[in-house]
Design a binder for this molecule. Structure first.
Ligand SMILES: [Zn+2]
Length: 398
């Protein structure tokens, strides 16, 4: 996969899609792969969570006895003699602190200065040793020292603490201490930890066109490449000086580009217009990729059967047109549009019959007849099709 999509930093081959993009979740335009380095970070976070929550394990017990030796995890100093793992653990402290939500009980035993209970950062980092000294409260003071009768009671003479006292006045003091991951009472999850290691990236609207329940994986992958304009079309290869001619292999005499292939070219236009007809859709205003995307975003997302068919029809058309284009270039084999269309209808009809269970309405019946989908699609299957998507024409899908 990596070799196919990405040539590496020193590779000579141009890369199809950057590895950064590949390693994003599908909703953000990636393939949902996780980078090992990010997985490692999440795994280290898990170890810290185990220490903080006193998980019953030999390793946690050993760490407490041999490394922490009674001192606070948050205060442990970096030492050359620490193992590589513990150096990683110390480096990850602030990213773990950022995920923690502290609940404070009236007899709280959280460390006032060391635990990151206030805005995810230990107070000693915020106000420094001098202010701690001035407060008269020793370094191992618990939070209960600044709580009286379930209310905050901060030493008034330390000016560095005034802002903190003011900010705390709104936070609730409950019955018991507790620690949560990302939310009150939240438990650690590898997925949440992994997500916290990544910067927030906006989602791509087309993610739902490419990835959906029942999508054919090889079609989805080809469509995903198309959304990234990652196919090595001849205009691109010509610009890179790899080939001499940028002409469309379907022999129309025009330059081959993503826009041209999907679906300006008379050959592919013929196929795409037929797929639209099978789905009872009108012809588009413009036959290019941008317009096709705009149409798909507006008219193919949702749970209803006809929308599923539109998405599947688009993915199958892109896949088989691209495949046909490659057959011409690499195998010198030329098929007619009707042969390509037969591949599309066969793939989509088979997948629909296998995955879907819909009700027999005139709209659904018309599409099923057009695509020659097996009648069994109308047979309700236990557990499928009920209440999914709220489809007005009674369709449902797994
Ligand atoms: Zn063409």
């Amino acid at each position: 996969m990596r070799g196919f999509l990405w040539a590496g930093a020193r590779g000579r081959k141009p890369s199809k899609v950057s590895w950064d993009k590949v390693c994003k979740p599908k909703v953000e335009g990636g393939l949902g792969l996780r980078r090992i380095v990010d997985c490692n970070k999440a795994a280290v976070m898990r170890l810290i969570w185990d220490i903080l929550t006193d998980r019953l394990s030999l390793w946690v017990k050993w760490c407490k006895e041999e490394i922490l030796k009674g001192s606070s995890f948050w205060q442990l100093q970096w030492k050359q003699s620490l193992s590589v793992m513990w150096k990683h653990i110390l480096k990850s402290r602030s990213s773990v602190a950022a995920n923690l939500v502290y609940s404070i009980g009236c007899n709280s035993t959280w460390s006032l200065w060391n635990d990151p209970w206030f805005q995810n950062c230990p107070l000693f980092e915020r106000i420094g040793n001098r202010a701690i000294y001035n407060s008269g409260l020793p370094r191992d003071t618990t939070l209960s020292e600044v709580i009286q009768d379930s209310r905050w009671n901060w030493p008034a003479h330390v000016w560095q603490l005034r802002d903190i006292a003011a900010a705390c006045s709104d936070s609730q003091i409950g019955q018991r201490d507790a620690i949560g991951w990302r939310r009150e009472g939240g438990v650690f999850s590898f997925k949440l930890a992994w997500e916290s290691t990544r910067a927030d990236v906006p989602t791509v609207p087309w993610g739902k066109i490419v990835w959906f329940s029942g999508a054919i994986p090889r079609h989805a992958f080809c469509l995903w490449l198309t959304f990234h304009k990652a196919h090595f079309t001849r205009d691109k290869l010509h610009r890179l000086g790899i080939i001499q001619s940028n002409l469309c292999p379907f022999g129309c005499g025009q330059q081959e580009s993503v826009d041209h292939l999907f679906f300006q070219c008379p050959f592919t236009k013929n196929i795409w217009s037929e797929v639209l007809r099978l789905n009872n859709c009108p012809s588009p205003a413009a036959w290019n990729w941008e317009n096709t995307v705009a149409w798909a975003l507006d008219h193919s997302i949702g749970n209803r059967f006809h929308l599923w068919m539109r998405r599947s029809g688009l993915a199958a058309s892109v896949y088989h047109c691209w495949r046909e284009r490659n057959n011409i270039i690499f195998r010198q084999s030329v098929a007619s549009p009707s042969v390509v269309l037969a591949h599309i209808t066969s793939d989509v009809a088979r997948k629909a019959a296998m995955c879907l269970s819909i009700t027999d309405t005139p709209n659904n019946r018309s599409i099923v007849d057009n695509w020659e989908i097996e009648e069994s699609i109308f047979r309700p299957r236990p557990g499928f099709g009920a209440g999914l998507g709220g489809a007005p024409n009674g369709s449902g899908r797994r």
